[in-house]
Design a protein around this ligand. Structure first.
Ligand SMILES: CC(C)(COP(=O)(O)OP(=O)(O)OC[C@H]1O[C@@H](n2cnc3c(N)ncnc32)[C@H](O)[C@@H]1OP(=O)(O)O)[C@@H](O)C(=O)NCCC(=O)NCCS
Length: 205
């Protein structure tokens, strides 16, 4: 019997989205980087290179990087740098066709859970001031605006909004994470794709 040959990792693409698909969240490995960068290049005006991801993965003591897999293909990823009780979220990205299907919230929930376990007391990140969708997601995790970095994204001539979430090591924050987990579980039970219709396409760059 003929068997379909499994595509090599660097040729793999996210599968066609389907309702109710729950991604597996696993630590990012070198073998995932080609797929991560292929997504990165579609969704970010200043994509990170494979070399940059590989150097991040080479310092695991101060880094946390995760991928979301569906059918063993990368559909999203996130990561953070941990220094002195602070976790700087460096990236959150979801393949255009998989956006608004609960991948980003799952990734962020797992990432925040991991960095808390590793001693983070506060979280920070930068986001384009016009990227209201991402800001909405970050607000759910307790991030609040804390300042503006002028022209932080020169390739799109845009300022960066600096956001912080404080006291993430306390009980109140644990309750927040539990509530987010419950919301994720509810949406999985209902097999919903978070209210999205057909894929919305890439977020504005
Ligand atoms: C931003 C991003 C990571 C969100 O991931 P996602 O998988 O699409 O988001 P989710 O489906 O998990 O959304 C969870 C919640 O976040 C909020 N949210 C996410 N995207 C949103 C959008 N475009 N508009 C409004 N709210 C949004 C909503 O509250 C959403 O819940 P709901 O769908 O039930 O309303 C993803 O859209 C992406 O990769 N965008 C391009 C790259 C990018 O902008 N990354 C962030 C850079 S700082």
């Amino acid at each position: 019997m003929l068997r379909a040959r499994r595509r090599p990792r660097d040729e793999r693409r996210p599968p066609v989205p389907r309702d109710g698909a729950v991604p597996d969240l696993v630590a990012m490995r070198r073998r995932h980087v080609a797929e991560v960068v292929a997504i990165e290049e579609q969704i970010f005006p200043r994509p990170w290179s494979a070399a940059l991801y590989l150097s991040e993965l080479a310092t695991p003591a101060t880094r946390a990087y995760l991928v979301a897999l569906v059918d063993d293909a990368v559909v999203g990823y996130t990561g953070a740098i941990l220094v002195a009780g602070e976790a700087h979220v460096t990236t959150v990205g979801v393949a255009p066709s998989w956006q608004r299907r609960g991948v980003g919230i799952r990734l962020l929930h797992r990432l925040v859970t991991e960095v808390r376990e590793r001693g983070a007391q506060a979280l920070t990140l930068e986001v384009r001031v016009s990227n209201l969708g991402a800001q909405e997601l970050y607000r759910e995790f307790g991030f609040v605006p804390a300042g503006i970095r002028k022209n932080y994204y020169p390739e799109v001539n845009e300022d960066g909004l600096v956001m912080w979430a404080y006291d993430v090591d306390d009980e109140r924050y644990a309750t927040r994470l539990d509530e987010i987990a419950a919301r994720i579980a509810r949406s999985a039970d209902h097999g919903t794709d978070h209210g999205a219709g057909p894929g919305p396409g890439p977020a504005p760059a």
